[in-house]
Design a protein around this ligand. Structure first.
Ligand code: ADP
Ligand code: MG
Length: 294
């Protein structure tokens, strides 16, 4: 029997750091000896850029639109350390469903048995969306991925998107959909940010896999078209991504989360808002006093 390929989907709202985090995970996994594919499922089609010197690759959908007969190898590009890079691509903005694009790209690979042929250990799908549109739930719904992780900061919009994702996972869990592995907390530099995400995962019955700080090393690496693993392998940030990759590789038990109702989520956020205002008032009071007395 052929070995089981670990299929993982990384979700989160746009701009939250999905592609950055996913690329650093794949780079770290590859460095650790795993045979990995990164499958970009964002119509932006820039998921794999930092694995390939900052360049864009032709998308599966674009190539399928141009030609009738396509060999799967034509849309798989080699990235850092032999990582297999794919961009599903998307419909023209305003036309069609991005989810269909993901299905088309995945089916195209399945028909050609390419995952088995490449003898992959792990496939990471980098997926935009908060599952407001059913199309983005495709990797969860269609049994493409087995474990789902979400990248979230402590910002309300990002937590809101994660909570929506939890609703989608919870709905599709009844029909055999993918389950939740946990939250990758990104851009966590303040202790209150950590407290906010900790509280959110506690309430939704999930876990934080890793706290990833916001770091200029990420920016510097991105500007060189590289992951942190490639551009700054000795940095503390690279070690954070290695630790995260190790946890993902070892992860086996995903669960059904318990999303909050929108009203509950609003009340929760407003509670945190009050608490933060209180903190600021306490922290700024000594300074204000010092100013007056000087
Ligand atoms: P997404 O794929 O979710 O749309 P990206 O991964 O493209 O988001 O990240 C958006 C921007 O945020 C990029 O410029 C990226 O370098 C930056 N970024 C993401 N995570 C971090 C981090 N931990 N530290 C510094 N910058 C980050
Ligand atoms: Mg992205």
């Amino acid at each position: 029997m052929s070995k089981k390929i670990k299929q993982i989907a990384i979700y989160g709202k746009g701009g939250i750091g999905k592609s950055t985090t996913t690329s650093n995970i794949t780079a770290a996994l590859s460095e650790a000896g795993y045979n990995v594919m990164q499958f970009g499922c964002d119509p932006k089609s820039d998921s794999t850029n930092t694995l390939r010197g900052g360049t864009y690759i032709p998308t599966v959908l674009d190539v399928l639109r141009e030609k009738t007969k396509v060999d799967a190898h034509e849309v798989i590009y080699e990235g850092f350390n032999g990582i297999h890079c794919v961009e599903a691509g998307g419909p023209a903005p305003g036309v069609g469903c991005a989810g269909r694009g993901i299905i088309t790209a995945v089916q195209f690979f399945k028909q050609q048995n390419i995952f088995e042929e490449l003898d992959l250990d792990v496939v990471l799908y980098d997926v935009l969306g908060d599952v407001v549109c059913g199309g983005f739930a495709v990797p969860i719904r269609e049994g493409i991925a087995e474990h789902v992780f979400t990248v979230s900061s402590a910002d309300f919009m990002s937590i809101y998107a994660s909570n929506n994702l939890f609703k989608g996972i919870s709905n599709y869990s009844k029909s055999g959909g993918a389950l939740l592995g946990g939250v990758i907390a990104n851009s966590i530099n303040q202790s209150y940010s950590k407290e906010i995400v900790d509280d959110f995962v506690k309430r939704t019955n999930t876990q934080i896999l890793e706290y990833v700080p916001r770091s200029v090393t990420v920016t510097q690496s991105e500007l060189q078209g590289k992951t942190v693993i490639e551009a700054a392998p000795d940095s503390a940030q690279a070690d954070v991504y290695r630790s995260l990759a190790k946890k993902i590789a070892a992860h086996t038990e995903s669960k059904v989360p318990t999303p909050l109702e929108v009203s509950e989520l609003r009340a929760w956020a407003s509670g945190w808002g009050q608490h933060l205002l209180e903190l600021e008032r306490r922290n700024s009071a000594p300074e204000a006093l010092a100013k007056v007395s000087s």
